[in-house]
Design a protein around this ligand. Structure first.
Ligand SMILES: NC(=O)c1ccc[n+]([C@@H]2O[C@H](COP(=O)([O-])OP(=O)(O)OC[C@H]3O[C@@H](n4cnc5c(N)ncnc54)[C@H](OP(=O)(O)O)[C@@H]3O)[C@@H](O)[C@H]2O)c1
Length: 247
């Protein structure tokens, strides 16, 4: 059987793929750009693991690609689990044209929903099925930037709360990680108010937790109490603190 990773050519996706391959799991990697996806598959092969299947697709064009995913997984005995480290953000998306904002919603919310919906029945027949989603601390409380991204990630968090309920009925563990700033290529030139967290340590944690049932985790853990405190700040003060600064 194989784990399906949607967003497998990204920084977290590649770290998760490496960790799963090292644990002996077969993989189906899904990403947007074929070149980046092939690079991810090459890296696994060069590290001595079996070459994973790859499916290149633009998820904003709808869930048709899931047929290829299902076929690739079937050749490996079926789907063991589904990981969704897919995402895209534009820092100042208030100025983004509506069409681009709709794409952000499609990538960060609609595509994970379509993947879960499309693969749920396949997952149900796995021995210990698991679905893992990834949220963002951007969605703790709306602020003056990342509007569409934050809204999509808040929606995704709610969606996974519902999945947890349905998963308990169908025997599928639905896990959700709310992520703080990560030490990734995309974040390399961004100064962050708090330290960036180690990506490989996160991937190890996620893979080690796959058999832990339905979990909601914050990474790093201290974002959980911080999120609680951020929500307690009175609205007027919060609006002043969260307002984007020019420059
Ligand atoms: N990095 C952070 O600091 C941070 C913080 C909080 C939450 N997160 C969340 O953590 C997850 C992983 O983040 P990351 O830093 O690894 O992101 P990343 O490096 O940008 O990777 C994103 C992945 O999504 C894929 N993707 C984007 N648009 C797509 C489309 N239209 N069709 C198909 N695939 C598409 C990308 O494919 P291509 O490689 O081909 O573009 C890539 O595989 C995301 O959900 C992100 O929102 C990240």
């Amino acid at each position: 059987m194989a784990y399906v990773i949607i967003g497998a050519s990204g920084d977290l996706g590649r770290a998760l793929a490496a960790e799963l391959a090292a644990a002996g799991h077969r993989l189906v990697l899904v990403g947007h750009g074929k070149a980046r996806l092939d690079e991810a598959a090459d890296a696994l092969e060069q590290a001595g693991h079996p070459r994973p299947s790859t499916v290149a697709a633009d998820v904003t064009e709808g869930p048709g690609y899931l047929e290829d995913v299902r076929a690739a997984a079937r050749r490996q005995g079926g789907i063991e689990g589904l990981l969704l480290p897919i995402g895209r953000s534009i820092r100042d998306d208030l100025a983004t044209p509506a069409e681009e904002a709709a794409k952000l919603i499609a990538i960060n919310l609609r595509a994970p929903m379509e993947a879960v919906d499309g693969l749920w029945k396949d997952l149900k027949s796995a021995p210990r099925p698991v679905i893992v989603g990834f949220g963002s601390i951007t969605a703790i409380r709306g602020r003056g930037r990342n509007l569409a991204y934050g809204a999509a990630k808040r929606g995704l968090h709610s969606y996974f709360e519902s999945l947890r309920v349905l998963g308990a009925i169908d025997g599928i563990a639905c896990q959700f990680y709310v992520l703080g700033f990560l030490d990734t290529a995309r974040m390399a030139d961004q100064r962050t108010p708090l330290p960036k967290a180690d990506l490989d340590a996160l991937a190890r944690r996620v893979v080690a937790g796959l058999d832990k049932g339905a979990v909601l985790r914050w990474y790093p853990w201290w974002w959980r109490p911080l999120a609680w405190a951020i929500r307690l700040v009175p609205g007027g003060l919060y609006a002043r603190l969260a307002a984007p600064r020019s420059g």
